[in-house]
Design a protein around this ligand. Structure first.
Ligand code: GLU
Length: 570
């Protein structure tokens, strides 16, 4: 639309009246933020978290997509803090996000890297510090007749909205309902001059009767009704709306691919209009599926209030291994990751090529048993040293007593965590997160173990319920005979032979086949006998190999535990 000269002059007058102190232009910004010097095909991506609460698990998911896209293309992943909703801002939220990214090895290359810390040439990377940029862009839109002041009060807008709803009309500020759009520019100038309060709105040129099409890089071609709403650009507090900030920021930061939650998908027509009005090229869009959780038989969105797994901090405090969680994120992001991983066991998710077209667009289900499984696998791939390092790091923050305990004898701790791990033919997979380490291995630490026996009782007592022949008297006899016979110097074969000998003497059958054929002829089997010993020494039904455990505990502690159990059984 060719503007007539007089109207054009008035638009400039209005723009000047509203932004008398804005001297820079969009062209100046283009010079300040020149194209990035990256190789062909490099993707510039970002996450735009709003610091309005705890770090959401979805942010981690987004960060993974971004990190992969940037790393794979030698591009840039940056963090932009979207703090335009200052009423909802929560102290410490930015730091929590950065810490979360750092913890899971998903740090950005650029942008906000800590509270009040930024890195890169395209900043500031915090929207509240970019007011001037939005003002320059808004001024430009007024000058070209694509933005106007709206004097409608919130009450008036509410009334229009209610009427629209009552009359079953699509609610919104558009067409005849866009009162201020339809005022003359002279009136707008007068009212601004008179000091009336206003916000700035975009003058949309679309009609919802028209369909537009665009491509989402993960979902393909999408058709939607065009936008006809005159959306707010600058709010009454002088800060931009998400829509306007998205367009200005992603343009001047040279984002090539906008990866964001699918809740933004319906807003794409608005954004495309804004890009066009500003004369900017629109980025590629990738809308990621919402993370869902199983609730009974159905699925629902993660709830910040109800689901502890909605917060990234849960995974950190529970001590999920970084590799396990990242493998899991990759599994929900790309359906072929699992297959790849099973064929590339020694490789990291970092070596996997993430593909946008393999990304599911249906809601991704946060499947905790699956996460636990992958975490178990990730821990099983670690050496004892690595496990110790991770347990120390985790416990330093989340279980200080255990941390101190481990530090009293690191060599011993190292041996405990190396059990059935280092040089083992079959690795024991009993841990999937670091918080489970202390309860699982508690029997190696006398004080904690004593406490457990006092509070939780002696598990050996339940054996009688499982097998009536294993009475307390039988168990006492077994332990008394075994503790006398136990010789720490035995190698494993001799040790087992000796155990069998003692068991046989007390009428335990050492041949499982024979036992199964004629169970009533015996008190129990050799498996029962070793269970008695295992439970007396560890208070557990399942442990790594009991021979190694006794060795690690040493003879005195082993015997003392048997004696203590005997007392309890009497
Ligand atoms: N601040 C927006 C949000 O938290 C970011 C969306 C985007 O990545 O563009 O939803």
């Amino acid at each position: 639309m060719e503007m007539d000269k007089e109207y054009e002059r008035k638009c400039f007058e209005l723009a000047y009246l509203i932004f008398p102190d804005v001297n820079e232009t969009v062209d100046d910004l283009e010079i300040r933020y020149p194209a990035r010097n990256l190789k062909e095909g490099a993707k510039v991506v970002r996450i735009g978290p709003s610091p309005t609460g705890m770090m959401h698990t979805g942010t981690l998911f987004q960060a993974m997509v971004n990190r992969k896209l940037a790393s794979q293309s030698e591009g840039v992943f940056y963090v932009r803090v979207e703090d335009t909703d200052q009423k909802r801002e929560v102290e410490g939220a930015v730091q929590e996000i950065i810490d979360g990214l750092e913890h899971f090895d998903l740090m950005p290359d650029e942008g906000v890297i800590g509270k009040d810390k930024e890195k890169g040439d395209y900043g500031p990377y915090t929207q509240s510090k970019r007011r001037e940029i939005y003002r320059i862009c808004a001024k430009h839109l007024i000058e070209i007749g694509r933005a106007y002041p709206c004097f409608c009060t919130p009450e008036m807008l509410q009334k229009t909205h209610d009427q629209q709803v009552a009359n079953k009309i699509i609610p919104g500020y558009y067409g005849v309902y866009a009162k201020c759009r339809n005022r003359s520019i002279d009136e707008a100038i007068e009212r601004v001059k008179a000091g009336e309060k206003f916000i700035l709105r975009f003058r949309s040129n679309g009609s919802h009767l028209n369909k537009i099409a665009f491509v989402d890089d993960a979902r393909g071609k999408i058709e939607m009704a065009d936008n006809d709403e005159d959306i707010v650009l600058i709010k009454s507090d002088g800060l931009p709306t998400y829509h306007f900030a998205h367009v200005c920021d992603d343009h001047f930061m040279h984002t090539t691919h906008v990866v964001r939650a699918e809740e933004w998908l319906p807003s794409v027509p608005k954004h495309l209009q804004l890009f066009e009005a500003m004369g900017f090229e629109a980025p590629h869009y990738i809308h990621t599926p919402t993370i869902m959780i199983k609730d009974g038989d159905s699925k629902r969105k993660l709830s910040k209030r109800k689901d502890k797994v909605a917060a990234v901090s849960y995974f950190i405090s529970a001590g999920y291994p970084v590799e396990g969680l990242n493998d899991y994120l990759m599994t929900i992001l790309n359906s072929d990751f699992e297959m790849w991983k099973s064929q590339n066991k020694d490789k990291s998710y970092k070596d996997f090529t993430f593909k946008l077209d393999k990304m599911s667009s249906a809601g991704s289900l946060l499947d905790i048993p699956k996460l636990n499984d992958l975490s178990k696998e990730a821990i099983a791939r670690m050496t004892g040293d690595e496990v110790l390092k991770c347990v120390l790091e985790w416990s330093k923050e989340f279980n200080k007593d255990f941390y101190d305990l481990l530090n009293k004898d690191l060599k011993y701790a190292r041996e405990v965590f190396g059990l059935e791990r280092d040089n083992a033919t079959k690795i024991r997979k009993d841990i999937f997160k670091w918080e489970d380490v202390e309860p699982t291995f508690r029997y190696f630490f006398d004080e904690n173990y004593k406490n457990e026996l006092e509070t939780e009782g002696y598990i050996i007592k339940t054996l009688t319920e499982e097998k009536a022949t294993l009475t307390p008297e039988v168990m006492v006899k077994a332990l008394e005979a075994y503790k006398t016979a136990y010789n720490e110097a035995d190698d494993k074969d001799t040790w087992f032979a000796r155990m069998k000998e003692v068991a046989e003497g007390l009428n335990f059958c050492t041949n499982m086949k024979e036992y199964k054929a004629n169970p009533d002829a015996y008190v129990g089997s050799i498996a029962d006998f070793s269970s008695i010993v295992r439970m007396a020494v560890t208070n557990r039904k399942n442990t790594p190999d009991i021979y190694s455990i006794m060795h690690l505990l040493g003879k005195d502690r082993t015997i003392a535990r048997m004696e203590d159990t005997i007392e309890k059984l009497k």
